[in-house]
Structure formats: C-alpha cells, structure tokens
Design a protein around this ligand. Structure first.
Ligand SMILES: [Zn+2]
Length: 240
C-alpha cells in the first residue's frame, strides 16, 4: 500500500471508520490460525475476490507496521513513535495514519466475524449468550458464501478439499443444536501444543525414572551387604 504524505490530509480530522479494528484483528487471527495452515499445505492462492484475502483487510498494512518491541513498548513503523500500550498505538494509527486505510467497500474483515466465530478468540461474553436461530442461519449463509467465493469447487481438487474443510471448520457450527464446535479440524498451534505437552511429560518422568533406578540400586546394595554379613557370620560360626 503506498504511503502518501499529504499535509493537507493530515490536518483534516480523522474520518469515522465504521469497521472495528479489534474485531478485524480477531478475524485475522482466526484466519491465520485455523485456515492459513491448510491453504498453505494445499499451496492454494486465494483470489482477490475472496474477502479473506489479505488485501481485503483495511487494517492489514497498519497492523503490520505495529512493531512490538517489549512488553511495554510498541513502535509505529511509519513514524517510529513509541507507545506503552497497544491501545495507544491503535489510537495513534486511527488519528495520524488514517489516510492509509482503504475505506472502500468490502474491506472490513470484522464484517465476517459472524461467519468466522471471532468471539471464540476474543474471550467475550457474547459467545455464551443464548443461541439465536435466525442469527445462526444468517451466519451460516455468510459462511457458505465465503466458502463458495474463496474456494470455488470448479477450480479443481485443492479448491474442493479446502471448500469442504472450510465448511467443517467454520460453517457446520452455525446451528443452535450445539452438536458442532468451530475449528473442528484444529489449527496452527495444536501441533506445537502437543510437542510442548510431550516435552513437559518427559521432564516430569525423567527424574521419576532416575529415582526408580536409584532405589533399585540402593536396594540391591543393601541386599548384597546383608548377604555378605550373613556369609561372614556363617564362616565364623563354622567350627574349624
Ligand atoms: Zn506513526
């Protein structure tokens, strides 16, 4: 995205953006975690017509210019200004660099949150609220239209496989029956989670194993000494 430094534009007030940065970020996170690994495995290129394509996220360029330096330090990649918290750099981007946002239609990733289950990664209470059948049907419809536009079955086996995966991963859960959970095919972090769990298990079991060895050894030593004592006693007791 080009960075146009237009002084006249910077003096103007930031326009009201009707797209939530936070929810767009959540949608992006869901895509990165639960879709991108599968798309990469298939070596599939999303078309720009697909609303999940990174160019269809108006905040993408800005989000990628947020440099996370330390727990309390964020830096703006455009002007190098530093901030203590993410919410402050977000405000800065909204106020100072709004001219970099592409406000054209269909670039708000947050609009897809209903289909993508953003609430599941946002720890918000709304995910626990009562299921509304009409809303579930609407989200399912949006979800299926995403599957059709991003992975048209006519494009071949990879697209067909991803189409099916998308339905399982995101769309099946849009029902009030509660039978299907979103992200049933897992995500990027699951593999590393299992590796971590296995590592932790080994770390715990290793000392137990050595303790066991030590106990066996000391037990055998004890028995040997006992045997020696008995046999020595036996020698002494024997009349010569
Ligand atoms: Zn800046």
């Amino acid at each position: 995205m080009p960075y146009s430094r237009n002084p006249k534009q910077e003096q103007e007030r930031a326009p009201e953006v009707r797209c939530s940065r936070e929810r767009s970020r959540a949608a992006w996170k869901v895509i990165e975690e639960y879709l991108t690994p599968f798309v990469e495995k298939e070596n599939y290129q999303l078309s720009k017509k697909c609303r999940l394509h990174l160019e269809n996220d108006m905040f993408r360029d800005q989000e990628e210019h947020k440099i996370y330096l330390d727990r309390n330090e964020w830096q703006c990649g455009y002007c190098k200004k530093s901030f203590r918290e993410e919410k402050f750099i977000d405000q800065h981007l909204d106020n100072r660099h709004y001219n970099l946002l592409d406000l054209s239609h269909g670039k708000c990733l947050a609009d897809l949150c209903g289909a993508l289950h953003c609430d599941a990664v946002m720890n918000s209470k709304s995910s626990r609220s009562k299921c509304n059948p009409a809303a579930a049907a609407r989200n399912r419809h949006l979800c299926e239209s995403l599957a059709d536009s991003c992975f048209p079955i006519s494009e071949g086996p990879s697209a067909s496989r991803l189409h099916e995966l998308f339905l399982h991963q995101f769309c099946d859960a849009h029902t009030c029956s509660g039978k299907h959970k979103p992200f049933s095919r897992g995500g990027k972090d699951q593999g590393s989670f299992f590796r971590l769990a296995a590592g932790a298990l080994i770390l715990v079991l290793l000392p137990v194993f050595y303790l066991f060895l030590y106990l066996i050894q000391s037990d055998m030593k004890g028995r040997n000494q006992e045997l020696r004592r008995i046999s020595r006693a036996g020698w002494k007791a024997k009349p010569s």
